[in-house]
Design a protein around this ligand. Structure first.
Ligand code: UD1
Length: 416
């Protein structure tokens, strides 16, 4: 198993280019199932989650060809409508093939994603709303077995603005009969990107980015070419890397507006961030603590909570951080405390004293963003930090050690 060795403390300098968003591309990849014609995706990040989705699509019969930075998907000959446990268990986003398969083939069997490290993460909102669109759903031996005489447009009202459920229902509704209105829809930038992708293929979607999305079903979709937005979570991670190391760095290829809530918190703490159209420049800053509550977009993203916690560990005053989206998303806390942070937990609330100096220690990754939090601590920790189980990082950070090394970090990958 691979591990990372990071020698700190370090200063960073230069420019880092952010990859295209994994969380935008995963639903788009499920969306290639919707058309008989070829779909070309540009600059897909080389990440484990993308590979897993490609493997799942290939198992369903999609023919995938790679040429330079373009990947072409031919879904004209789908041979199976079943997503097996082996793949779904490694990536919960596999559930997103449910909508496209139901829309095009009127049936799908998708293994039920189990609990995952950061919480129970049920899919009840997906299933309940597909039922409203005319789908019969049975649970059989851990599988969701779904069939329909044809998806019907419906007015849906989500009990929570779930990102995945909004995406899955959009993916089904584009080929449904009639109009679907998704109320209390998620508003994340990745939802807008999915709408833009589907529109490129001829779908009729409006209202994306608001809490009410309207989709007029069409008979079929055509092919097309698409490049997803920059990864706002990866961007936030590098911005925090710049701030924690008190460095001046430039972070490019993402839309700063997508990190509005993160930047306003950081600026409130004293961070100097110069926003451009396609990225930001971060300057060495003296930072104080903050009170942060994670929330659905446009609120503070849960996916930046762990990285932010690492930063709050070293600032000059105390902070309170409350996690509202996932019930068990504090697994990085004991590891950060082992490196010297002073974080106390009370349910979903983390209280940080600040003013810590991280010290190197062997630490273990527990989930994707928790792993990024440990890398950030290691950048400023005195000594060599050994970070194990980095397969979590490989799910979501393309070329992490290459990008950090190019900025001047002392980081290398080796076998355990
Ligand atoms: C997506 C992101 C993930 C991010 C999360 C919240 C992808 C691939 N993943 O995950 O990185 O952390 O949004 O911004 O884009 N819930 C239910 N029932 C459901 C669906 C969700 O109870 O049917 C709950 C979940 O357990 C969780 C909350 O709603 O507590 C948020 O989940 P959701 O917005 O669906 O997140 P994901 O789409 O899984």
């Amino acid at each position: 198993m691979d591990r990372l060795l990071v020698k700190g403390p370090t200063k960073l300098e230069g420019t880092v280019e952010i990859s295209c968003s994994k969380n935008a591309y995963l639903p788009i990849l499920a969306g290639v199932l919707l058309t008989m014609e070829p779909v070309v995706l540009v600059d897909l990040p080389k990440l484990r989650d993308v590979k897993t989705m490609n493997k799942l699509l290939a198992e369903l019969g999609v023919v995938i060809t790679y040429e330079g930075n373009k990947t072409t998907y031919d879904s004209s000959n789908i041979t199976s409508c079943e997503a097996t446990y082996e793949l779904v268990k490694t990536m919960r986003a596999s559930i997103l093939v449910l909508g496209p398969l139901l829309a095009r083939f009127q049936k799908a069997t998708v293994s039920l994603p189990g609990g995952c490290a950061i919480g129970a993460r049920p899919v009840d909102i997906h299933l309940r709303n597909f039922e409203r669109m005319g789908v019969e759903i049975e649970l059989d031996s851990g599988n969701v077995v779904a069939k329909t005489a044809g998806l019907e447009g419906h007015e849906l009202n989500l009990s929570f603005a779930s990102v995945g459920a909004t995406e899955n229902l959009m993916l089904g509704a584009v080929l449904a009969k009639g109009t679907t209105i998704i109320k209390n829809a998620a508003r994340e930038p990745e939802i807008i990107d999915l709408a833009n992708f589907l529109t490129t293929l001829g779908a009729k979607v409006s209202g994306e980015g608001t809490n009410e999305i309207t989709i007029d079903g069409v008979e079929k979709l055509h092919g097309g070419e698409y490049r997803a937005i920059g990864d706002r979570i990866e961007a936030a991670t590098y911005v925090i890397a710049g701030l924690i190391t008190k460095s001046e760095i430039e972070v490019t290829n993402f839309i700063p507006e997508h990190l509005g809530a993160v930047f306003s918190i950081l600026e409130g703490m004293g961070a100097k961030i110069e926003r451009g159209e396609n990225g930001v420049r971060v300057f060495p800053s003296t930072l104080t603590g903050a009170t942060i509550d994670t929330a659905p977009y446009p609120g503070f993203p849960t996916d930046v909570q762990a990285q932010m916690m690492t930063l709050l560990g070293v600032v000059s005053s105390s902070s309170v951080l409350t996690e509202h989206i996932f019930e068990n998303r504090f697994m990085h806390v004991p590891e950060l405390n082992r490196m010297g942070a002073k974080i106390a937990l009370n349910g979903s609330v983390a209280m940080l004293e600040g003013k810590c100096s991280y010290k190197a220690a062997p630490v273990m990754c527990t989930d994707l963003r928790a792993s990024a939090a440990l890398v950030l601590a290691a950048l400023v920790a005195e000594g060599e930090t050994e970070i194990r189980r980095i397969y979590h990082l490989d799910r979501g950070y393309e070329h992490l050690e290459k990008k950090l090394s190019a900025l001047g970090a002392n980081i290398k990958r080796s076998r355990e």
